[in-house]
Design a protein around this ligand. Structure first.
Ligand code: DX5
Ligand code: ZN
Length: 238
């Protein structure tokens, strides 16, 4: 389609869309129709999504269960957009190589998932993938101080992970600002991603606080595929 051509002119390569100063919109597949994941991803690609955010839940670290590496591998040929894989799993080390092989571009693990965060991040890097670390709403930014040199992305959870459609926890804005300061001080090109309860009303406040990657489940998928283009534009424009 013409839209697709326009979008791909702007974002010609998967790698090119993972660098630079712009705001990226990463729709969360959690809100997609799970009976049609392939066509949902195609629709997101044609609607100007920057990354595909894939929530992996293990029924242990979080109460919910989603999909495994086999499904991610099956979806990989559908798009050239980066797969931003958010592992809400503990233990997580055993899963990292499996999602790397399945086609993840970026693998984010939770600070709370185990005692050896630094080692787990090195494992992701050793597999040639970008490494992200996520912190839950109750976890302090300070816990990331000694991994700033090991990460490509920090994901601030603005809901308790496990489910889509929850309300944004307001006091996380202060944490986003703190993490942004830590990133600037590190002088490294670390993405700051925000996930949970983001909508067109609060997104401006979130990007002003320093976020450059916006995850949106409910806000992207409302109204079905015919609305994805407008929903993504509204998030980007707000
Ligand atoms: C929550 C997941 C999120 C979730 C966001 O555990 O990590 O990615 O899908 O959904 P919304 O945007 O609906 O809060
Ligand atoms: Zn997520």
């Amino acid at each position: 389609s013409r839209r697709r051509g326009l979008v791909q002119g702007l974002i010609s390569k998967r790698e090119a869309s993972m660098t630079g100063p712009m705001i990226r919109i990463a729709p969360s597949l959690l809100s997609a129709d799970f009976a049609k994941l392939g066509s949902e991803i195609r629709a997101l690609d044609e609607s100007g999504a920057d990354w595909i955010h894939i929530d992996i839940m293990d029924g242990h670290f979080v109460p919910n269960i989603t999909i495994g590496p086999g499904v991610v591998r099956a979806l990989r040929p559908v798009t050239n957009l980066p797969f931003d894989v958010h592992l809400m799993a503990a233990p997580v080390d055993n899963l990292i190589p499996r999602f790397a092989e399945a086609g993840a571009d970026l693998i984010t693990i939770h600070q709370e998932a185990g005692p050896h965060l630094h080692r787990s991040l090195q494992l992701i890097k050793s597999l040639g993938k970008k490494a992200g670390v996520s912190i839950n709403p109750s976890t302090s930014a300070e816990t990331l101080r000694f991994v700033m040199d090991s990460v490509d992305l920090i994901l601030v959870m603005t809901v308790n992970p496990g489910f889509g459609g929850q309300s944004f926890i307001e006091n996380q804005i202060e944490k986003i600002r703190t993490v942004k300061k830590m990133i600037v001080a590190s002088e490294r090109p670390i993405h700051l991603e925000v996930d949970g309860g983001v909508n067109r009303k609060n997104v401006a406040q979130i990007t002003e606080a320093g976020a450059d990657v916006i995850v949106a489940g409910t806000a992207t998928f409302r109204g079905g595929p015919d609305c994805y283009w407008d929903n993504i534009c509204q998030l980007r424009g707000a």
